[in-house]
Every structure is written in structure tokens, then in C-alpha cells.
Write a protein that binds this ligand. Structure first.
Ligand SMILES: Nc1ncnc2c1ncn2[C@@H]1O[C@H](COP(=O)(O)OP(=O)(O)OP(=O)(O)O)[C@@H](O)[C@H]1O
Ligand SMILES: [Mg+2]
Length: 280
């Protein structure tokens, strides 16, 4: 028999995936230690969306200079999109970072990006500049249809301890996040440590997911002991603790996305030096 917390977890996950304009969109953050399955949770949410809402658009933000994770969704499951003039290249980490030609769509502005994005696929977007994600999410509030945004490593987009213009930019992001519920945007993010993410942005999180090794902070009533007791099971999936507005649930994420062996491609923004060498 399912425990009370398992039942609540089921209700919370239903809420994540239901498209009821009265409930609106959701902003979630998953934390956990390295390799605890944070990216796998984003992939499992994206896979659910692809299966149940194939007409909707999904956007995915990847880190640069580390293996691209969206490949794990499988061939045909993604569409790579690169901003025109952005100096983004793809490299093979198994071949001394040799540049590889990946099939991709070029886009110009945000309208063009949204227009060209393919429904029912993960649209992996490369702006070549982290701050553009904030502007794109701001722009997206006006779309008026359900759309999904996955931000792998939120700390790269909304880092803590910024100053000056970047501090203001991250403040803009926190303001944008106030509107996600009403604007039918589902934003799912992850980070290793809550300390990596700006506190103004963290204050807007509606659903917190804790995987093994996560460190809880003052913004949740989840106890550290509860997270420390989560069961790690690499065969059947790690347990996770969910906190949605003070409702607590425990579940197992059974979707396990294994690395694709021998396929280590990263995205990289060419430095000025590299550009000079390339065109010398
Ligand atoms: N639900 C899961 N439960 C347990 N193990 C998993 C699960 N999903 C994936 N794994 C295993 O853990 C590995 C790491 O998963 P994933 O890349 O999602 O972790 P991560 O927390 O995002 O790691 P990182 O901190 O490096 O970004 C996977 O390659 C896979 O073998
Ligand atoms: Mg990850």
C-alpha cells in the first residue's frame, strides 16, 4: 500500500503535468549531489510532455563545455537551434575537441526561435550568451499557449553573488518568474547546491525536489534528516523528496537516462583567440 507521502507525491506530479489554466504553469528546482539524477528528472518531465502533449513546444538550456545531456532522449527526440552569429561550435570530447557538424536550425530573434522550434521534441537552444535566456523567458510570457522550459544548471543563468548590471538582470529574472503561473509556462530547473542560485530567484520556486545528497536551506520546511534518509538505488531509481508549498511527498524517479557511450559532444562558445586562429 502506498504511504501518505507517496500519495501526496503523486498528486504533486499530477499538478506538474496537468494543463489547467486555472492552476497555471509551474517553476521547479531540483537539487542533489553530483550524479544523483537531476538532469534525468528534467529529461523524464520532458519525455512525459512529448508523449502527452506532442503539439507543445519544449525548450532546453544546456551548459557549455560539458557533454550535452539532451542526447539521452534519443535520436529524433531533439532539435538543435543556434542563434545566427553566435560563435557556438560543437566539439567531440573523444577526439581532442575536434569540431563536429551537427544538424541544426539557425534562428534570428525570439519570434523566429519560437516559430522554428519543433513541437514534440526537445529544442536545444544555444544563444551563445547566458543572459539571453532571461530575456527569452521574459518575452515568452506573451505567447499565450503552454510552453516548457528546461534549464539544466540554473546557477549559470541566475548565479548568486552578482553585482552591477548582472545583479539587475537576475532581479529582472525574479520578476519574470512571478508571472509563470499565469502565463502557462512550465519552467523546470536544477542545480547542485541551492547556494549557486540567486536568492531572489529562489524565492519564486513553487516546487522543490530534493535528491540524495541535497542540502536543505531556510526556504523549505523539509528536514535535512529526511533528505539524508532517501534511498539511492541506481537500478530502480533514486528516491526524491518533494515540497510544493508546504505539501510534502516522497517518490522514486524510475526513468534512468544512461550516458550514451562513446558519444561525448559539447557546445562551446569560441573565444576571441580561437576565432582569430580559425580565420587566420
Ligand atoms: N532516477 C535515477 N535514479 C538513479 N540513478 C539515475 C537516475 N537517472 C539517472 N541515473 C544514473 O545517474 C547518472 C547521472 O544522472 P544525471 O546526469 O541525471 O545526474 P545529475 O545529478 O544531473 O549529475 P550532474 O551533477 O553531473 O549534473 C546517470 O548517468 C544514470 O546512470
Ligand atoms: Mg546534470
Amino acid at each position: 500500500m502506498a504511504s501518505k507521502q507517496e500519495i501526496i507525491a503523486g498528486e504533486i506530479l499530477k499538478r506538474v503535468h496537468v494543463h489547467n489554466p486555472d492552476y497555471g504553469g509551474i517553476f521547479s528546482e531540483t537539487t542533489g549531489t553530483q550524479g544523483s539524477g537531476k538532469t534525468a528528472i528534467l529529461l523524464s518531465f520532458a519525455k512525459y510532455t512529448i508523449n502527452h502533449f506532442p503539439e507543445e513546444k519544449i525548450f532546453w538550456r544546456s551548459s557549455y563545455d560539458s557533454p550535452l545531456q539532451f542526447f539521452k532522449i534519443g535520436k529524433g527526440g531533439f532539435n538543435i537551434m543556434v542563434k545566427r552569429g553566435s560563435y557556438v561550435v560543437f566539439r567531440d570530447r573523444d577526439k581532442k575537441l575536434a569540431h563536429v557538424d551537427l544538424k541544426h536550425t539557425i534562428f534570428d530573434g525570439f519570434d523566429d526561435l519560437y516559430e522554428k522550434a519543433k513541437p514534440g521534441k526537445i529544442n536545444a537552444v544555444f544563444f551563445g550568451d547566458g543572459k539571453e535566456w532571461i530575456d527569452y523567458l521574459g518575452w515568452s510570457r506573451g505567447i499565450g499557449e503552454w510552453a516548457h522550459y528546461y534549464i539544466d544548471e540554473l546557477g549559470d543563468v541566475a548565479p548568486s553573488f552578482t553585482s552591477g548590471d548582472m545583479w539587475k538582470k537576475v532581479g529582472d529574472f525574479a520578476n519574470i518568474l512571478k508571472d509563470v503561473r499565469r502565463c502557462m509556462m512550465n519552467i523546470h530547473t536544477n542545480t547542485q547546491s541551492t547556494k549557486d542560485v540567486d536568492y531572489r530567484v529562489r524565492a519564486k520556486i513553487m516546487l522543490k525536489i530534493f535528491l540524495p545528497g541535497a542540502v536543505v536551506d531556510g526556504t523549505t520546511r523539509v528536514r535535512q534528516r529526511a533528505v539524508d534518509n532517501l534511498i539511492r538505488n541506481p537500478e530502480h531509481g533514486n528516491q526524491a523528496y518533494l515540497d510544493m508549498g508546504g505539501q510534502f511527498g516522497v517518490t522514486i524517479f524510475a526513468d534512468i537516462f544512461k550516458p550514451i557511450s562513446g558519444y561525448h559532444i559539447d557546445a562551446h562558445i569560441l573565444t576571441e583567440n580561437e576565432i582569430e586562429k580559425l580565420y587566420a
